[in-house]
Design a protein around this ligand. Sequence first.
Ligand SMILES: [Zn+2]
Length: 75
Amino acid sequence: MTNIPPCPRCGSAETRVVAESPIEGVWKMYGCNHCTYLWRNTETLEGIKTITEEEIEAAVLDFPPPGQGTMSAKE
Ligand SMILES: [Zn+2]
């Protein structure tokens, strides 16, 4: 029975279990496929900063794929 909560940060339902405690049932770590947020079910999620779609896009753009950013090669 897997009951994965939606992402506390962006509200996406595209979440998965990333890791579980060595002793079963102590904690689970969840990950969001949408904004890449990671959290444990034991964390207090009250007051967590939620983010907008624009902020998710900006965060994704922090990791450009290899081969990009060669604009200075041409003088
Ligand atoms: Zn998320």
